[in-house]
Design a binder for this molecule. Structure first.
Ligand code: AMP
Length: 271
């Protein structure tokens, strides 16, 4: 990968990297399109990173379909699919981990101990292998965006982090590789996350600014859905992830499936 990338660089071609865990959907493809518009060369990495999954999480059953992924990326659309084997990423004895701290600690960091250390480590390795000018992340994983920006700043990694908007289904559900876990009843119930964000954005538009009351709007909508089990709902600052702010972030379980979503309440959510 590094060899190919250094050749492109010697030809003065700019490189965009889109890191993914495969099981691609329109959310991933929107990042690929954005990268295509902004770079001469586009690399998509497909790697289900074992160290960002906790014990008891879905690493073993995470959806994998490399042939379908390759088809979706299409010939000519991307210049390379970087799909390293797990043994290559983490050979025996590999013990280094990138710990971001601070911003990586609340919310997802608290709910999934070790998750952001796994993310920061693999992102550092992917950046080292591809040496991109720009790397593309989805707003869907808002805290991941904040963690990666902090990582790049703190370690002087010199890559530009670009963020693409959340791609949603018609009923508002944010696209996610994990949505395939949902049975039909759960799939319907899963819209309660974006419904809650929409309700709170409406309250904000109507003049509500009290974070306690805005949070109550989120919680009420999620509690009204019997299949939803709320893990957290908070209003945070999008850059620091400190309270309060206008970024509403939610995590909830629908059956066994853990889903996250977020929305900046100062912007209406259509639907
Ligand atoms: P994943 O394969 O889930 O690790 O996601 C790879 C990248 O795609 C991450 O930067 C995600 O934030 C982004 N992504 C996932 N779902 C969406 C979505 N619905 N809209 C936009 N980007 C997304």
């Amino acid at each position: 990968m590094l060899h190919a990338s250094r050749r492109w660089r010697s030809e003065r071609r700019s490189i965009g990297l889109v890191p993914t865990m495969g099981a691609l959907h329109a959310g991933h493809l929107s990042l690929v399109e954005l990268a295509r518009r902004e770079n001469d060369v586009v690399v998509v990495s497909v790697f289900v990173n074992p160290i960002q999954f906790g014990p008891g999480e879905d690493f073993a059953r995470y959806p994998r379909d490399p042939d379908r992924d390759a088809r979706l990326l299409g010939e000519g659309e991307v210049d390379a699919i970087y799909e390293p084997r797990t043994e290559l990423m983490y050979p025996p004895g590999a013990s280094t981990r990138v710990h971001v701290g601070g911003i990586a600690e609340p919310l997802e960091g608290k709910a999934r101990p070790g998750h952001f250390e796994g993310v920061a480590t693999v992102v550092t390795k992917l950046l080292a292998a591809v040496e991109p000018d720009r790397a593309y992340f989805g707003q869907k994983d808002a805290q991941q965006v904040a963690v990666v920006k902090r990582l790049v700043r703190d370690l002087d990694l010199g890559v530009e982090i670009r963020v693409g908007p959340i791609v949603r289904e018609e009923d508002g559900l944010a696209l996610s590789s994990r949505n395939v876990y949902l049975d039909p009843a759960e799939r319907k119930a899963a819209a309660s996350l974006s419904d809650a964000l929409r309700d709170a954005a409406r309250a904000y538009a109507a003049g509500e600014r009290d974070p306690v009351r805005l949070r109550a709007v989120l919680v009420a909508r999620l509690r009204a859905e019997p299949l939803a089990d709320l893990e957290y709902a908070e209003l945070v600052d999008a850059a620091t992830f400190e309270k309060p702010g206008t970024l509403a972030v939610i995590a909830a379980r629908i059956g066994k499936t853990r889903l996250i979503d977020n929305h900046d309440l100062s912007i209406p959510l259509p639907g």
